[in-house]
Design a protein around this ligand. Structure first.
Ligand SMILES: [Zn+2]
Length: 170
């Protein structure tokens, strides 16, 4: 199941040039709404009457944050659907959060959705960056722009994929 969503992300990157997380959510049958009414980044709710899943993201947050939040909630839908049904709502950094290991799991899958391994490798190859080259801030900014991710999320994902990112002062 995880693989399917990552395959979809890879496919979007190849065909449309960008990974539209709202597209991914919609294709899973999840509706996505922006709101100013929440104090935290995002949440996913299950409506028992309609059977629909709904992601709400905080439109006061940065675009990169919103993308990560939506991917994070999609990850909950894939990994922790039974808990969303049980609780009715699962949100980030609020009382409805799951355990920290479940939150980490969702963050990990979110990073894979936003920066799939094969897409990152292809981009790095295209820029002639191998894993033994120290990556400078300029390159990190380039990767972040390409995948529409924050600098910090980009650094974490690059390191996870075995790239050499040295000390960077943000
Ligand atoms: Zn969460």
């Amino acid at each position: 199941m995880d693989n399917k969503v990552i395959e979809q992300a890879i496919n979007l990157k190849k065909t449309k040039g960008r990974i539209d997380v709202i597209d991914i959510a919609n294709s899973l049958g999840i509706k996505v709404y922006s709101t100013k009414k929440i104090q935290y980044p995002s949440m996913i709710a299950h409506n028992k009457e309609t059977g629909y899943y709904e992601i709400y993201f905080n439109e006061n947050e940065k675009k990169t944050r919103n993308r990560f939040s939506i991917a994070h909630e999609i990850a909950h839908y894939i990994l922790h659907k039974s808990k969303i049904i049980e609780f009715g709502v699962v949100g980030r950094e609020n009382l409805c959060s799951l355990s920290s290991s479940e939150e980490l799991e969702a963050d990990k899958l979110a990073a894979e959705i936003l920066m799939p391994c094969s897409c990152v490798n292809e981009f790095m190859e295209h820029n002639e960056i191998t894993r033994d080259v120290k990556i400078e801030l300029d390159m990190i900014k380039k990767v972040a722009k390409e995948f529409e991710t924050s600098l910090l999320a980009t650094i974490m994902r690059l390191r996870e994929l075995g790239y050499y990112v040295g000390y960077i002062e943000l």
